[in-house]
Design a protein around this ligand. Sequence first.
Ligand code: AMP
Length: 409
Amino acid sequence: MSFEKLNLDERLLKAVAACGFEKPTPIQEQAIPVILDGEDLMGSAQTGTGKTAAFVLPILHQLINRPPVKKGIGPRCLVVGPTRELAQQVEKDTTTFTKFINIKQGSVVGGVSYGPQIQILTRSLDVLIATPGRLLDHMGQGRVDYSRLEFLVLDEADRMLDMGFIGDIRKIVGAVPEARQTLLFSATLEGPVLRMAKTFLNEPESIQLTTNQQNHDQIDQRIHWADDVKHKHNLLRHYVAEEELSQALIFTATKRGADELVNQLNRKGQKAAVMHGDLRQSARKQTMDEMHHGRIKLLVATDIAARGLDFKNISHVFNFDLPNSAEDYIHRIGRTGRASASGTAISLVCRKDWDYLVSIERLTGKKLKRDMIEGLEPISKEPKIRSTLGNAGRSWKPSRRGSLKRRLR
Ligand code: AMP
């Protein structure tokens, strides 16, 4: 399918072409028509699937093709996401797609000064991108006028729940007009996220990417069994030196682990930077800029810090520690092989990571390739798998709920 078939405004198509996007990704192909139709939507899509464009493009289309409910101050569209990095990413993508149209956007996120944000909120605005805490701060001071609001997007809803934002989100949803179009994106659409979607969305369409689309089949996924942390250090140094690598993200389980790993790498002459929640905003921003400009080759990060980061040249993702949820694994490796490019994901697995590996292989329905590096072979053996692939092949098909009633606005 081509972008032209999606009935988007010519000026948006021009901006899409200028980005070099040749065809829509699966989530874009499925979500854009639903959103253009005015339906509420819940979509399971991770960062890396093109989900930002999947909601930004059809919202922009509607913003430029119909008049606002009324003139005055306040946003017509509000996008709420868990971290300022994600918010900045959405802001950046929106700027890219508004190259040929006149759209006013602003952001209200934590960790930066209030002054410019207060200014933004006193203007008429098309798109406001926010993190929950700071937005509520402003709302508490009576600074946010939602009377013009037509669209609400809850991005990475699962993370917002994990980070304890449910109360904040309730307050935000309670403050915006009921007659609106609501979109919710999340890595998974189960349990609490599903309950949240049912409460905040009106007869939503549901889009779930099939397993293959989520599994990142374009990514070469391998594991290497390790005896202990020291062995992992040796393996990582080998991979970093030997693999054809443009930029790599290396995940650790803890901030302390991240610091230790960076020190190790730097001591051995493999220059690396670190990104975790204890760093000041200015240091995080500097590291992000250096990554974007290719001045950093190795970035060691924790999951939370890496959330929403979008670097285009990541050729490799290393899991120094495996994440304790299989969804996080899929999310992490999605940092390489963006959109249509290929990439490599290598996980270093020792006894303590074993259960996590089992659940990853169960979720993805496939056994990951085992690497063995000459001279760095493990002494210990990987345990035998019981029936790891019990649920293998269970695929999520897009479950579109037929013809849902069009909302009256
Ligand atoms: P996202 O999932 O929104 O974080 O997007 C992941 C990356 O894919 C971003 O760098 C986008 O610029 C890129 N991207 C989004 N849509 C497309 C597309 N249709 N073709 C190629 N790249 C895309």
